[in-house]
Design a protein. Structure first.
Ligand SMILES: [Zn+2]
Ligand SMILES: [Zn+2]
Ligand SMILES: [Zn+2]
Ligand SMILES: [Zn+2]
Length: 208
């Protein structure tokens, strides 16, 4: 997976530089929506290269002054992981949207249906990819392939922001207090299916 490769590279870069302060670890996670109906789960977080504690982007030292005290350096810019450093719109790429056109209506803006032409629910009639607005550039880096430190800082989730609305926090699917219930209420297979809930973003759901 490209996204994972990008992360590995960033981590490796963080580890490789000793001597001066180590480079802060910047992780770009989540998924670019493929359509206008999908949720944007992208986020950036930064971590201390020494102890792994979440830090604010640009922090000069690890906030853990009791145990870590690491000095942290930051690069001027970071490879955009949301387009894999290509600068191209991820949604266009994944959905094979031709020329930045809306995939759902094939650039028509409407969907012919029993002789009528209701507006396309994805592009809302704009005819183009709602993510890049038809430019075919990655909407996150604007086609630059990298994201400047200032932008990373601005967009990164602050450590204090915690997990609320944590777009991509991998919570195990809400555990119900099953202990309280009679055990035979669920068959084993059903239980398994429930545990296997997809953790990652789901593909676009068609509007009903
Ligand atoms: Zn640290
Ligand atoms: Zn696009
Ligand atoms: Zn459309
Ligand atoms: Zn990008």
């Amino acid at each position: 997976m490209r996204l994972r490769d990008a992360l590995a590279l960033l981590v490796a870069a963080g580890l490789a530089s000793c001597g001066r302060g180590q480079d802060g670890v910047v992780k770009m996670r989540g998924f670019t929506p493929n359509t206008g109906l999908q949720k944007d789960t992208r986020e950036i977080r930064a971590y201390c290269p020494n102890c792994g504690m979440q830090v604010e982007v640009g922090a000069e030292r690890c906030p853990d002054q009791r145990h870590c005290k690491a000095r942290i350096d930051w690069d001027e810019k970071y490879r955009c992981a949301f387009c894999g450093g290509t600068g191209k719109c991820r949604a266009c790429y994944l959905m094979e949207k031709e020329g930045g056109q809306c995939f759902n209506c094939k650039g028509k803006g409407f969907l012919p249906f029993r002789g009528r032409t209701p507006q396309c629910p994805d592009c809302k009639g704009s005819k183009v990819c709602t993510v890049c607005k038809g430019s075919q550039n990655c909407d996150y880096c604007g086609g630059e392939k990298t994201v400047a430190l200032a932008t990373v800082r601005e967009r990164a989730r602050k450590p204090s922001e915690g997990k609320e609305e944590g777009v991509e926090e991998k919570k195990p699917a809400e555990k119900k207090p099953e202990e309280a219930k009679p055990a035979e209420e669920k068959k084993p297979e059903e239980k398994k299916a429930e545990e296997k809930k997809p953790e990652e973003a789901k593909p676009a759901e068609e509007k009903k």
